[in-house]
Ligand binder design. Structure first.
Ligand code: CP
Ligand code: NVA
Length: 313
């Protein structure tokens, strides 16, 4: 256990692409231990201060990080970017250098992934991505834990991603291909995942044996799938595109009971939340017996603890 905890000491977590498969599996195993024993390592972050910068709203990420830090004995400081001088034009570089003098780790939810890179460049403290327009590694860790709990393995599992090739899709692509899961993405033309992430996924798959498919056909994507995943069609910051997006996605890309029946009989439904019932998913699916969305949400807490312990100890 000690070795696992020390494996990410002092490092940033901006994308799972920066971790080797054993490090990702180490985090998942540690998360499972932390889930089994809520008191495990309590007090271990005593004296540690964690800054949590949020440029966008959050329920799960903000609260799971806050609770994780608190249960481990550290102190979280929630910082809305519009209440910092950052909101009035102080640079990220200056903010980063100042925060470095006060805190032990910085988590940040940003509009632009480049801002996260800038933050990491100017602070000597570890930076954890709490969601950017490109990536959501904390979500994918929780999702991988959920899959591992359900199936007892990740390698060889087929994930069908239906809908927008967005930040969560990008990080799922990386998590899956690092650990040898297959992934089939069905999205409308123009909504494919980021090119760079697809290239990384291809590289990962050479070592892991993952199969990657990008198609426009949801029915093809869910064939033989163990996991059917989706996310909102209108991510934060894209509200102005809402009408166009709904026209491009609906009705074809909604995960319905009919689509779920085309996957494996024991396939599960996953969604990072928040969800819009009647848009990316029908109520019968997200509230049905194959949905594991509440486990995913709970697992955000255990994986957040694992990440903090691994980086800070
Ligand atoms: N899944 C997720 O990151 O949710 P929040 O936006 O509520 O943090
Ligand atoms: N893709 C969504 C995820 C929210 C957790 C967004 O960026 O808004």
């Amino acid at each position: 256990m000690r070795m696992i905890i020390e494996s990410l000491r002092g490092r940033d977590l901006l994308t799972l692409q920066d971790l080797v498969p054993d490090e990702i599996m180490g985090l998942i195993r540690l998360s499972a231990e932390l889930k089994r024993d809520k008191k495990l390592f309590s007090g271990r972050l005593s004296g540690k201060i964690i800054a949590m910068i949020f440029e966008k709203p959050s329920t799960r990420t903000r609260i799971s990080l806050d609770v994780a830090v608190s249960e481990l004995g550290g102190k979280p400081i929630y910082l809305r970017s519009d209440e910092l001088q950052l909101g009035r034009g102080e640079t990220i570089a200056d903010t980063a250098r100042v925060l470095s003098r006060y805190v032990d780790l910085i988590t940040a939810r940003v509009k632009r992934h480049l801002d996260l890179l800038e933050l990491a460049r100017w602070t000597d403290k570890p930076v954890v991505n709490a969601l950017s327009d490109l990536d959501h590694p904390l979500q994918t860790l929780a999702d991988l834990l959920t899959i591992w709990e359900r199936f007892g393995r990740i390698k060889g599992i087929k994930i069908a991603w239906i809908g927008d090739g967005n930040n969560v899709c990008n990080s799922t692509l990386i998590g899956a291909t690092k650990l040898g899961a297959h992934i089939s993405i069905a999205c409308p033309k123009g909504y494919e995942p980021d090119k760079r992430y697809l290239e990384w996924a291809e590289e990962n798959s050479m070592a892991s044996g993952s199969k990657i498919e990008v198609t426009y056909d949801p029915e093809e994507a869910v064939k033989d799938a163990d996991v059917v995943m989706t996310d909102t069609f209108v991510s934060m910051g894209m509200e102005a595109e809402r009408e166009n997006r709904l026209r491009d996605f609906l009705p074809r890309y909604q995960v319905t009971g009919r689509l779920m029946r085309l996957a494996k009989p024991d396939a599960i439904f996953m969604h990072p939340l928040p969800a819009k019932r009647g848009e990316e998913v029908s109520p019968e699916v997200i509230d049905g017996e194959r949905s594991v969305v509440w486990d995913q949400a709970e697992n955000r807490l255990h994986t957040a603890k694992a990440v903090l312990l691994s980086i800070l100890r």
